[in-house]
Design a protein around this ligand. Structure first.
Ligand SMILES: [Zn+2]
Length: 95
């Protein structure tokens, strides 16, 4: 038995293991792997960039922005935000 707020982490593949595999595969293929802070990536709207906890419905796995109305699957939203963080890093830091 797990608390609802811990459920995602408990049933998901170990984040550590996943990161290890991504880094391993990245190095093998000559790609650079960037680690990004995933905090709020499922609550932030990738369109208007406003963050609101109420944007995400964890039970339905759906994201709907309270400000602009943009909606999609919450994992997709998280991936879009991580991509933006990665692109920002490449533009500002990696030359
Ligand atoms: Zn929005």
């Amino acid at each position: 038995r797990v608390r609802i707020r811990d459920r995602y982490e408990s049933v998901s593949w170990s984040f550590y293991q996943l990161r290890q595999m991504i880094e391993y595969k990245g190095i093998r293929s000559g790609a650079k792997v960037i680690a990004a802070n995933p905090e709020y990536t499922s609550q932030k709207c990738p369109k208007c960039l406003r963050t609101n906890k109420a944007n995400r419905d964890r039970k339905k796995h759906h994201f709907c922005c309270r400000e602009c109305g943009y909606g999609s699957n919450d994992d997709r939203i998280g991936a879009m935000n991580l991509q933006r963080i990665g692109m920002k890093y490449i533009a500002e830091v990696a030359v």
